[in-house]
Ligand binder design. Structure first.
Ligand code: APR
Length: 320
């Protein structure tokens, strides 16, 4: 059987890291696509030359034309611009919306059967627009944010408790922005919910609140340190986990920006929720119960995403 084909639209910091991880994990052949001439070809050749050392079998190529993504099984989209210090993800909206239009059309024409994972920010609005521009089925287009946000939360919790990240689960709902909702009640160490760990004296409520805030600011913290761009290792690892769930029909329960039309009482919006990812794409949206405070935070996050989607409609009348 032929290897799956993974098309990476955008060969920048995240795109290059995605290609390397996909190759190391032998998920399939990789095509890096970018408008910058030489960048996808150079990164592809560099990674291909690491294959004899790392012993993976995968064809890695680079291209500047959409024909190269023909028949891709998975497309991961990072095309666009990244944040600089002082910018919010929302500041990228106007520029990246235009990029989503060309990417959506390229995918529709050359890889209409792909499972599409969008990473470009502002995530929830960009994945909504990408779905509109591509016309692909909603269950085949999703956004990567929740896996990353919960990975950041898990890392901070593991450090605080002095335990392995493997035993920490965390749950983050809502939009991938300042209003994201890390849910402590649904986050655990080996099944013990965080509020119980506070009662057990493992940490204090103040420290937990600070970790929640640090999770919300996780992207900005990295931008502030790097100064020339935004995070790329953890975002790439997170999207690869989603791609692998699809390619191997793993039925993983992963939080991601999914199209909601009914669940959580929402209509035609993309926002972060727990989902089941398998060969059908987003096979299921998991609807969890929220208490009053959690619901208020989720509603606020949804309103922020709705505002960005309205802004997209204002910029591009074909979306209205
Ligand atoms: N088509 C294809 N590629 C494009 C296009 C386009 N229309 N416009 C820009 N690009 C390419 C750029 O040439 C660049 O190589 O997208 C790439 C983006 O790479 P980086 O600037 O390194 O950004 P990166 O860190 O990879 O982040 C990409 O993901 O997390 C989000 O906020 C982040 O929106 C940003 C995206």
């Amino acid at each position: 059987m032929a290897r799956p084909k993974i098309a990476l639209i955008g060969a920048g910091q995240i795109g290059g890291t995605l290609a390397h991880l996909a190759a190391l994990k032998e998920l399939g052949d990789v095509v890096l696509f970018d408008i910058a001439e030489g960048t996808p070809q150079g990164k592809a050749l560099d990674i291909a030359e690491s294959a004899p050392v790392d012993k993976f079998d995968a064809e890695i190529t680079g291209a500047n034309s959409y024909e190269a993504i023909a028949g891709a099984d998975v497309c991961i989209v990072t095309a666009g611009v990244a944040r600089k210090p002082g910018m919010s993800r929302d500041d990228l909206l106007g520029i990246n919306l235009k990029v989503m239009k060309s990417v959506g059309e390229g995918i529709a024409q050359h890889a209409p059967n792909a499972f599409v994972i969008c990473i470009t920010n502002p995530l929830d609005a960009m994945v909504w627009a990408l779905r509109e521009f591509s016309g692909l089925p909603t269950e085949k287009v999703c956004g990567m944010a929740g896996v990353l946000d919960s990975a950041r939360f898990r890392h901070f919790l593991a450090v605080e408790f002095g335990v392995s990240v493997k035993d920490v689960t965390a749950f983050v709902l809502g939009g991938h922005g300042d209003t994201m909702v890390p849910l402590t009640r649904y986050s655990t160490v080996a099944g013990i919910p965080l509020p119980d760990l506070v009662k057990m004296g493992w940490t204090t409520q103040e420290k937990l609140d600070a970790i929640v805030q640090r999770t919300r600011d996780g992207g900005a913290e990295i931008v502030g340190l790097l100064k020339t761009g935004s995070a790329f290792y953890a975002p790439a690892a997170s999207a690869i986990e989603m791609a692998e769930a699809y390619l191997k029909d793993q039925k993983r329960v992963l939080p991601c920006a999914a199209h909601l039309d009914g669940p959580y009482g929402l209509k035609d919006i993309y926002v972060g929720v727990p989902t089941v990812i398998g060969a059908g794409g987003i096979e299921k949206v998991v609807e969890i119960s929220l208490d009053k405070a959690e619901k208020a935070m989720f509603d606020k996050s949804v309103e922020a995403v709705k505002g960005l989607i309205e802004a997209c409609k204002g910029i591009d009348s074909t979306l209205a």
